[in-house]
Design a protein around this ligand. Structure first.
Ligand SMILES: [Zn+2]
Length: 361
């Protein structure tokens, strides 16, 4: 390195590029870990989703702002320096619209700027796009049908993130309604390219896997959430062998740790294939190198982040010095937040027969 400004900040230790987090529903951080008991023997993604929607219906602007701030600080501490926020909570607990329809989205954006994490806001239902400083907007159609109706209204450069093929039931519904598997239908009807981020895409057949890899889209993989929800396993080996691009997301925030996401990406393939070092390649024999570089490079394609290069925004991590002991400020703040989250969660469980277990130990 030869071109160093005199006033450049100097890190006190080794420096790593910050990892982009491609998929987040911030409010779900407050229910992570609180759904890990059986409500009925047929518990599945769908019963989890029912509770999640009930929980979402009780979120207020203040609680969402507090949750998002806490989450984004956790992300920064864990090594994520940017996040794509797939935001679909828009209404007040009574079901009515706020005077400002973007009230809740604004609280999430504010949390991003207060914590200094880079944020791409993807408001579901609202079809608009634009760019403002470190904040970027994209579009997140909530379904294939919404995509058909809204895509034409979008800016041609805006990133497109969409949940797709997370559950086999979605594939069955798509075959019945559209006559094609969801990812195949997307590829057939749109110019799916580098601006696209199909999130999950868990249930793809061999033809879809190859075509998605060749499209240039970035598969948004959320391994800890997909495992937590029992979604299934994305065919990562075939996809990477076909040079598919991917990024990672902490999604429901059952864990906020990019190392855990990458580890599970590899381990899922090991369990599936009863092999080891599955996601290494002939060019990169170290699994971690291949996955770290892939998630960093591909995950940063929707913005000037990630890769260390001239002209890109520098978002770096370095090992911080230990904070002086004796300060209780943060801990007290955390306790207050936890209490507030538990209250919200207990309310979300009202009437579902599990309230007794929701009490604080
Ligand atoms: Zn999601």
């Amino acid at each position: 390195m030869t071109d160093v400004h005199a006033d450049a900040a100097r890190a006190s230790g080794p420096v790593l590029p910050g990892m982009p987090n491609l998929h987040s529903h911030a409010f779900q951080r407050a229910m992570a870990g609180l759904t890990a008991y059986r409500v009925n023997p047929a518990d599945s993604f769908w019963s989890w989703r029912e509770l999640m929607y009930r929980f979402a219906a009780r979120i207020t602007p203040d609680t969402l702002g507090a949750i998002a701030r806490w989450l984004y600080v956790e992300m920064l501490k864990a090594g994520y320096t940017s996040v794509c926020e797939f935001h679909y909570v828009h209404h007040a607990p009574d079901g009515k619209r706020y005077a400002n329809p973007a009230e809740l989205a604004q609280r999430v954006v504010d949390a991003g700027s207060e914590t200094c994490i880079g944020i791409t806001m993807l408001p579901v239902l609202y079809q608009y796009s634009g760019k403002h400083g470190a904040l970027r907007y994209g579009v997140a159609p909530h379904s294939l049908r919404a995509l058909l109706e809204g895509l034409d209204a979008m800016s041609p450069g805006a990133p497109v993130h969409i949940h797709v093929a997370e559950q086999t039931a979605e594939v069955d519904a798509s075959l019945a309604a559209l006559g094609a598997r969801p990812v195949q239908w997307l590829l057939d009807h749109f110019d799916v390219n580098a601006r696209w981020c199909p999130v999950h895409a868990t249930h793809v057949d061999a033809k879809e896997t190859d075509a998605l890899a060749r499209s240039g889209a970035t598969a948004g993989l959320c391994l800890t959430t997909e495992a937590n929800l029992g979604d299934g396993i994305f065919p990562a080996m075939d996809y990477l062998d076909a040079h598919g691009a991917f990024g990672i997301g902490s999604d429901s925030h059952i864990g906020v740790d990019w190392r855990a996401e990458l580890r599970l990406l590899e381990y899922g393939q090991r369990l599936l294939r009863r092999q080891r070092n599955v996601l290494a390649s002939s060019r990169t024999s170290h699994v971690v190198d291949r996955l770290f570089q892939g998630a960093l490079e591909d995950g940063a394609r929707d913005g000037p982040r990630g890769r260390c290069a001239r002209g890109r925004r520098a978002r770096r991590l370095h090992r911080a010095r230990r904070r002086a002991s004796g300060s209780r400020g943060t801990d007290e703040c955390d306790v207050a937040l936890v209490r507030r989250f538990l209250r919200t969660w207990r309310n979300a469980h009202a009437g579902c027969g599990c309230r007794r277990r929701a009490r604080r130990p």
